[in-house]
Design a protein around this ligand. Structure first.
Ligand code: 13P
Length: 253
């Protein structure tokens, strides 16, 4: 059965002290209140991965995740962080291809395919993001674009590798806007993604891949979104910065 996942993407927020407080609070609340077998991932700024990991400890439910990593193994890439470095400090998850990375840092499908390969090579789990901007949704091109994003960066993988990937569908128009996709819109796109995976890898493989939703997920809308059959959890931005809100979301799965 595929994993249920609630991941918080802290983006470029928090100081060390604030990060420590948030991680401690989330750990305490999740351990006390979140039942079931969903896993919780805290995707912190790179600088805070190690301290937050130390707070989380060797937890079987709560993990840390990076927000990006280099496609290169090592070398003269000033400012970059490698998959091997993440592995060496015990980080199991890495967000790749977030729309902010695509938009502000020019990451495209071919580059992301390389990043996916590098991350998998080091036995880390990529959380691969896809999603359409508003104008594409309005011109009804959203399904074609998201299918293309998935193809460009994942379809070179074999069946065993693709099953190690988590996919996050994040419509760009819903990110940080307070305007979430409706549960129906999320379900429809997740079903499209799963069907596309099935067309390439077969239904069993497609059914084993977690597809999570991101874009203005909140304590108020999480339950309805997570109740959709093809929505396996959430990638949460703003609401992950408050321990109470994030825990309520994690409890909704
Ligand atoms: P918000 O939850 O703030 O809309 O952000 C979503 C997101 O980008 C998670 O990666």
């Amino acid at each position: 059965m595929r994993k249920k996942i609630v991941a918080g993407n802290w983006k470029m927020n928090k100081t060390l002290e604030e990060a420590n407080v948030l991680a401690s609070e989330v750990k305490g609340m999740v351990e006390a209140e979140v039942k079931g077998n969903a896993i919780v991932i805290l995707c912190t700024p790179s600088l805070f991965l190690l301290p937050v990991k130390n707070i989380v400890g060797n937890n079987t439910r709560i993990f840390v995740g990076a927000q990006n990593c280099s496609e290169h193994e090592s070398g003269a890439y000033t400012g970059e962080i490698s998959a091997a470095m993440l592995k060496s400090i015990g980080v199991p998850y890495v967000i790749l291809g977030h729309s902010e990375r695509r938009q502000y840092f020019g990451e495209d499908g071919a580059l992301l395919a390389k990043k996916v390969d590098t991350v998998l090579k080091h036995s880390l789990t990529p959380i691969f993001c896809c999603g359409e901007p508003l104008e594409v949704r309005e011109s009804n091109g959203h399904e074609a674009l998201v299918k293309k994003q998935v193809e460009e960066s994942l379809f070179h993988l074999d069946s065993s590798a693709v099953q190690k990937v988590v996919i996050a569908y994040e419509p760009v128009w819903a990110i940080g806007t307070g305007k979430t996709a409706s549960a129906q819109q999320a379900q429809d796109m997740h079903a499209v993604i799963r069907k596309h995976l099935a067309s390439k890898y077969g239904q069993d493989v497609a059914d084993s891949i977690s597809i999570i939703y991101g874009g203005s997920v909140s304590a108020a809308n999480a339950k309805e979104l997570f109740a959709c059959p093809d929505v396996d959890g959430g990638l949460v931005g703003g609401a992950s910065l408050k321990s109470r809100d994030f825990t309520e979301i994690a409890k909704s799965i």
